[in-house]
Design a protein around this ligand. Structure first.
Ligand code: PMP
Length: 393
């Protein structure tokens, strides 16, 4: 049966990681794969997670099934984390999912069941998995103007002009913060404007927030999402604990449905549970149990918040340090790196320049010019600054 299959395409980021591993150069750097790394180049288990794991080891008595929606304690905690103080809290329902990837797929499936001819509008460019996931659910995909390659910032005017054309058959996908891949985020005024458009034209917002706390901290990173949730009748949210709890492989995330009433939100939740049943059935428990442990204990929550602050503080320092090092070499062409948010920045480098970075300097970045700032070690800032100037000269 399978002989007729043509081979799958290699994932460009994974093949980049293999080439990196085999590179013998001492000052090589992997700015490709999207994981947080500390000053030693490691992706450590967070202290709060480690402590929660110790507790779980003492207290957990069974590995029996939890349920289709996962842990309701986790679900409630995620709702509190994202929507505390918001009026939407009372008309929301949450389902634990295998990462934000699972949430994206479940929500896309739900949209397809409710309205099969929906078009999902994505930022141009967007997270590489958005289009395939939406299309796998049977939804149509369209891109709206977002990143301006000249300024390396969001082109709000072009974005809002295009979104003004979206209507009731459309879903507009927004990145909650720390846009992947560009690093360019919409302003609070943009959140307000898009909310007004959603209410006027009837499209539904779909927010993917995978990096809460990685931009300017928990409060600020969630402010746009909260404003929108307060002010629209209906929206959905996919969220992840992969980055901000460092739980990547534990596949921990959630899908949130906000509706005009608790009853409607629960009805949508029920349909997601049916969808989950026909695919993975139940989400993996371990990561969610750890997050629930942390968010329901004051001391663990504080430890986690402190660690998250250190991580986003380090990213901000790396952004500043790199921009300054480039400036000291007489160039301001990469100043945008300091303004971008989260782990990623799209640099505007061409595939040829990206190749030169790898071949001449041992610097590994993705072909679209995205670099992972959190993959940079402090002692390599000068090397990267020099290389960026040299390949763009
Ligand atoms: N959304 C965005 C914007 C992402 O960058 C990612 C990958 N980190 C995901 C969703 C998927 O995350 P997860 O590992 O939780 O499935």
């Amino acid at each position: 049966m399978f002989k007729s299959l043509s081979p799958a395409q290699l994932d460009p980021i994974l093949s980049l990681s293999i080439a990196y591993r085999e590179d013998p150069r001492e000052n090589k750097m992997d700015l490709g794969i999207g994981v947080y790394r500390n000053s030693q180049g490691e992706t450590p288990i967070m202290q709060a997670i480690y402590q929660a794991e110790q507790r779980l080891l003492q207290t957990q008595t069974t590995k029996s099934y939890v349920g289709l929606a996962g842990s309701e304690v986790f679900n409630q905690s995620m709702m509190d984390l994202l929507l505390s103080g918001s009026s939407a809290h009372a008309r929301s329902a949450v389902v634990q999912t295998p990462g934000a990837s699972g949430a994206l797929r479940m929500l896309a499936d739900l949209i397809h069941i409710a309205q099969p001819d929906t078009t999902v509008w994505l930022t141009n460019p967007s997270y590489v998995n958005h289009k395939p996931v939406m299309e796998a659910s049977g939804l149509k995909v369209k891109f709206y103007p977002y990143f301006d390659p000249d300024t390396k910032q969001v082109n709000s005017q072009a974005m809002l002009a295009e979104l003004a054309k979206a209507g009731p058959k459309d879903v507009v996908l927004l990145h909650g913060c720390c846009h992947n891949p560009t690093g360019a985020d919409i302003s609070f005024e943009d959140w307000q404007a898009i909310t007004a458009l959603a209410n006027k034209n009837g499209f539904m917002p779909f927010v993917d927030i995978a990096y809460l706390g990685f931009g300017d901290g928990l409060e600020q990173d969630g402010a746009g999402l909260k404003f929108m949730a307060d002010n629209v009748e209906e929206m959905v949210v996919a969220t992840s604990c992969s980055k901000n709890f460092g739980l990547y492989r534990e596949r921990t995330g959630a899908a949130i449905i906000i509706s005009d009433s608790q009853q409607e939100a629960q009805k949508a939740k029920g349909r997601i549970l049916t969808l989950a049943r026909s695919s993975y059935t139940m989400p993996p428990d371990h990561g969610a149990a750890l997050v629930a442990e942390i968010l329901n204990d004051q001391q663990l929550t504080q430890t986690w918040k402190d660690e998250l602050d250190q991580m986003h503080g380090r990213i901000l320092r790396l952004r500043k340090g790199l921009t300054q090092a480039i400036r000291q070499r007489g160039s301001d062409q990469f100043d945008f790196i300091e303004q971008h948010k989260g782990m990623f920045s799209v640099t505007g480098l061409t595939p040829k320049q990206i190749l030169a970075l790898r071949e001449q300097y041992g610097i590994y970045a993705v072909g679209d010019g995205r670099i992972n700032i959190a993959g940079l070690q402090e002692q390599h800032i000068d090397h990267l600054a020099g290389a960026l100037i040299s390949v763009t000269r």
